[in-house]
Design a protein around this ligand. Sequence first.
Ligand code: CU
Ligand code: CU
Length: 426
Amino acid sequence: MVFIGVGGSIEEKINPELILHQGERVQINLINGEGAEHDLVIEFYGARSNRVIGKGAGATVSFLADKVGTFSYFCSVAGHREAGMQGKVTVEPGPRAAVRQIAPEISRDPADLPPPIHARAPQIVRVDLTTVELEGSLDDKTSYQFWTFGGKVPGPFVRARVGDTLEVHLRNDSTSILAHSVDFHGAIGPGGGSQFTQTNPGEETAFSFKAENPGLFVYHCATPSIAQHVANGMYGLLLVEPEGGLPEVDREFYIMQGELYTTKPFGSQGRQEMDYDKLISERPEYFLFNGAVGALAKEHPLRAHLDETIRIFFGVGGPNFSSAFHVIGQTFDRVKLDGATEPLIGAQTVSVPPGDAAILELKMKSGGRYGLVDHALSRIERGLEGALIVDGVRNDALMHEGVAGPVRARGNLQPQPPQFNRGQRH
Ligand code: CU
Ligand code: CU
């Protein structure tokens, strides 16, 4: 009987040594690989999982690794430790060193988008897109052969106004192996432009379309197998501003969600490869904001200041999974779904299907770090995690730790009568 590592540097190792760093909050997931009863205990930290009984059952151990040293973990079911179910946890001093990435960064900075157009007459807007196939950083010590518009995921943010004519030039880089194309959801006509832009490596094509309707529209590669081109990173957004532009905000951001289908499980190290069978049967290993694991939490968190208004252009490339986009700790003030003319006022979670997009506006009323998630929350464990960092003080009048007393004393709230009694139903 043994413990077997799953993912990362412990993948398939027997009773792997778990290397932690002082101050880290750790969660160990235990999955039962057979039908007997087991658990996982780290006595030194007083950390103990529930027992797992059925095959596939899961339990977790969580603790704060605040003491440096080497400690044992083991299964506390009688006889199991002696039968081989034990290993070591080593807590090293100081923070974890920054991990060197093994390939160039693929993730587009969410602040990388052109400024608002404001008021101007309709005109011809030239859009240059280059399709590039390149190995990029998917996670710490993990790379992937992405297919992109412009070498980043998502592709460049395209901005126009209603009534403009977009003249799209698609150049397929000479280093490409495959043909690529582009379908603009904001274009009217069969194929959205893809029939004019099937482009071989080293060649260039062009087409023009009129931006008839204002809204936020996905564009993506539409060369068969389309799902594969989209999964590999070939998607972006076109904003067609209404006449006079959108209302002014302090900051704008650009985020797109997609999923990746790899042969090896999520968290594996080294070069990941596409798994066509998983793609066709819709079993992704990774869920990503802007193309890489945790990119918007680590390299590129969204940054704003207290009392600023922000606008997020959020789209889903997919190819297959919808997003329930949510900011942890704040609701949206206004939401505009793709081509809708009237915004929704107030929303907590916004559902965006693949090939769709939404304009999300919120005013930041309290300082701190807000998580960005898909509220299908299992996907956090598969790479889908972002952050919005708001510089400024926390607004204790809106939320604070403990009983309502201290705020009431400052006169911000009326005293509330007790509302809940134990056992009472509401
Ligand atoms: Cu393509
Ligand atoms: Cu489409």
